[in-house]
Design a protein around this ligand. Structure first.
Ligand SMILES: Cc1ncc(COP(=O)(O)O)c(C=O)c1O
Length: 411
């Protein structure tokens, strides 16, 4: 723009809905999933939002005076309307004040942990976390002077005894990957708050359909949005939801880390979330059907499903979850070789290491998500070498069971 030209008007207002929208707070969960991200586009009147596939934005100079959050964007690593829309619908589904999206679940987690903690501070973490989360805490944290105290699953109700005066954050997954144990989020939140610490819950396995950690006392919720939020195995994405003040404390560092979500992936995430409740409820039903169908099967040594580990865990599920999951871990007779034969004989269910999509997948945790752990560490977490983790999709339950039983016959 030459000297003396007038700056062009500010871009159209962000189409992400904001807290306090007149209709928003009264909507039920399923309506929020469909309509909670955006208004119809103001420029073209399209029902779906445009994909703002741009790295940067034109702005009226001087930027500092023109900037009004949500109206003028700067640079897509920092903000973008598609990212805002995805963050907005996720925060509403989680019942949180604010939401952010990231280029992966791990980008969300590292932004939260590295953005909120400082050298010398400690995290108290459940031992049964996703494999790469364990790697981050165990192998990378020490380089930044951050410490971790690990809580074995069986001592989860005694988490208080693991805290020290340096503890600033507690980290929990429930149900856990891949053993599907259930942990008391309300208890961990009380223990954290009594010590002036925060609780972060990875809610990937439950999804906001089955569980809302914020309502149970968590300060921050994290998702691998690659999984059921996206729901179609076509994007890698992550999300955080929680108090505005906490997310704002972390924002600057998150932008420096640079794990921002591509606008097309953010658009696909919002598109996927519209059917989240329908998909997850069907997956819950398929989970139940597979557990019932494989119970007592001679080639099955053990089935892992939320609530199956013990009576107290079943009661806890009833208290803190609205539904269970489409995740079932099957321990096949014959150890690692038996599991390999079973995987190789599946025809409908794809061998692949992700979860939460419309298509059913099977993976062996010892060879995929938890391959970084030693045999001793696997054993301590109850991850058998013959374990096959099933992520049930939305197919017909009869077809899924037929595939599983036929494959088990060949073990
Ligand atoms: C429970 C859980 N948390 C976090 C992650 C990491 O997410 P992403 O792969 O999107 O970085 C995964 C990925 O499998 C996961 O299963």
């Amino acid at each position: 723009m030459g000297q003396g030209e007038t700056p062009s008007p500010a871009r159209p207002p962000s189409t992400a809905k904001k807290a306090g929208d007149v209709e928003g707070p009264t909507w039920a969960f399923d309506t929020i999933a469909v309509h909670g991200a955006h208004e119809p586009d103001l420029n073209a009147g399209s029902v779906l939002p445009p994909i703002y596939q741009t790295s940067t934005y034109h702005y009226p100079a001087p930027f500092s005076e023109a900037r009004e959050p949500g109206r003028v964007h700067l640079y897509t690593r920092v903000d973008n309307p598609n990212q805002e829309q995805a963050g907005e619908v996720i925060r509403r589904l989680e019942g949180a004040e604010a939401g952010r999206v990231f280029s992966s679940g791990m980008a969300a987690l590292s932004a939260a942990l590295l953005g909120l903690l400082k050298q010398g501070e400690e995290v108290v973490a459940l031992e049964d976390l996703y494999g790469n989360t364990v790697t981050l805490l165990r192998d990378d944290f020490p380089r930044f002077g951050l410490k971790v105290r690990w809580v074995p699953s069986d001592r989860s109700s005694d988490v208080r005894s693991f805290l020290s005066p340096q503890t600033r954050l507690l980290l929990l997954e429930s149900p856990t990957n891949p053993t599907l144990r259930v942990h008391d989020i309300g208890l961990w939140a009380r223990v954290a708050h009594d010590a002036g610490a925060l609780l972060l819950v990875d809610n990937t396995f439950a999804s906001p359909v089955n569980q809302n950690p914020v309502a149970l006392g968590a300060d921050l919720v994290m998702h691998s949005a690659t999984k059921s939020l996206g729901g179609h195995s076509d994007i890698i994405a992550g999300a955080l939801a929680g108090r505005t003040s906490l997310l704002e404390r972390m924002d600057g560092f998150a932008h420096t880390l640079g794990g921002s979500l591509d606008p097309l992936a953010a658009f696909l995430l919002v598109r996927g979330i519209k059917t989240l409740p329908l998909r997850v409820r069907r997956q819950n039903e398929n989970g139940r059907a597979v557990v019932e169908g494989l119970q007592g099967h001679p080639k099955v040594e053990r089935l892992h499903f939320p609530g199956s580990a013990s009576d107290p865990e079943e009661k806890l599920c009833q208290r803190q979850m609205r539904g269970r999951t489409g995740m079932v871990s099957v321990v096949v007779r014959g150890g690692r070789e038996g599991a390999r034969r079973f995987m190789g004989a599946l025809r409908l269910i794809h061998p692949a290491s992700s979860l939460g999509g419309v298509e059913s997948l099977a993976s062996m945790p010892v060879e995929t998500s938890h391959r970084q752990l030693s045999l001793e560490e696997l054993h301590r977490r109850g991850i058998a070498e013959g374990m096959v983790r099933l992520s049930l999709g939305v197919e017909d339950p009869g077809d899924l069971l037929a595939d599983l039983k036929r494959a088990l016959d060949q073990v």
